[in-house]
Design a protein around this ligand. Structure first.
Ligand code: MN
Length: 329
């Protein structure tokens, strides 16, 4: 069936080790499962952070081309496309709310994140352009009768929006138009795709009240908390619903729009995703909720690259995680 693999972030040695552990072999330039009975679904975030971005992209792309993997889009691939896309380019909307001339601001922090990827393609600018074209073909989600998968968060109503627009990836139409609509946060043109893509690729967040901040696991000051989108928020406390490992929050009245938000129910089909920088040994969040981002690129170097070996079961089984330790920072 399917082996789901979480965020890789330029850690190709660990990816090779994990694929071998899962029983994939490299033949004719791509990893494949012998007999062809299984394939990989990569959950996005191939680039940035690690030192082997180009190797990782090449491996993922070769598997996709060989038919032994499906590669979904992560927020880092989306950000890279936005980073290199001029605002208003090619006839796409000019988004007034975005400063700096590109769809992603070339701020100090964003340049710092993206630098590792550019470094990996030094002297190979043409190849990098082809990689951006490859990113345009990465689906935002995958849904079958047996499971759902996306980089961050699943939401049935926002899925309907994407389906009504006929958009499953940026290659499903004019790229310049679609990416501008994806970045139109304040719906300046009435045809924004910001909400569904923000949800599927980054997941829901809640702004904290004015003046309230916390430091996340990497010591970065934050004003918003990521939400556990599978928890019923009606009776939840901030600590219950915040997905910020290691952070303690004081009790606080959750805003109405958080209290009333949709959530992923216990009776729904299994959902697989990455994105959330979990630490420790891979464990199930719930019998139908499986996050596979175990911080292989974490700065402490004690993360894992994790997979879940899925055979169609509707109650997931903790013994089906397969993972390798991070071997570099
Ligand atoms: Mn991510």
């Amino acid at each position: 069936m399917i082996d789901f693999i979480g965020d890789i972030h330029g850690h190709c040695d660990e990816l090779r080790a994990l694929l071998k552990k899962l029983g994939y072999e490299e033949t004719a330039g791509a990893f494949r499962y012998s007999g062809g009975g299984r394939k990989v679904v990569f959950l996005g975030d191939y680039i940035d952070r690690g030192g082997q971005v180009r190797e990782t992209v090449n491996l993922v792309r070769a598997m996709r081309n060989a038919g032994s993997a499906i590669a979904l889009m992560g927020n880092h691939e989306f950000n890279a496309l936005c980073f290199w896309q001029r605002n208003g380019s090619g006839g796409g909307h000019f988004i007034n709310g975005i400063p700096g001339g590109y769809l992603r601001e070339h701020s100090f922090n964003k340049v710092a994140i993206h630098a590792r990827t550019v470094e990996s393609y030094r002297g190979r600018q043409q190849e990098f352009r082809e990689v951006l074209d490859f990113f345009k073909t990465l689906p935002f989600y995958l849904e079958t009768d047996l499971f759902r998968a996306q980089h961050a968060c699943f939401d049935g109503e926002l899925l309907k929006t994407l389906q009504a627009e006929g958009v499953g990836c940026f290659a499903d139409g004019n790229f310049d138009e679609l990416i501008a609509r994806a970045c139109d946060e304040h719906n300046e043109y009435g045809d924004s795709l910001f909400a569904p893509l923000d949800c599927f690729l980054k997941g829901p967040e809640m702004p904290l009240p004015e003046g309230m901040t916390f430091r996340d696991g990497e010591g970065v000051m934050r004003k918003k908390v990521r939400l556990r989108w599978w928890i019923d928020p009606a009776q939840a406390t901030l600590q219950d619903i915040a997905l910020q490992p290691g952070v303690e929050f004081k009790a606080l009245d959750l805003p109405q729009q958080v209290r009333q938000r949709r959530f992923y129910g216990e009776g729904e089909r299994p959902v697989f995703f990455g994105h959330y920088w979990l630490t420790g040994t891979p464990t199930l969040i719930r019998s139908n909720v499986c996050c596979l981002d175990y911080s292989v690129a974490g700065y402490r170097g004690d993360g894992h690259l994790a997979a879940y070996r899925f055979d169609g079961e509707q109650v997931l089984d903790e013994s089906k995680f397969v993972f390798v330790e991070s071997t570099s920072v």
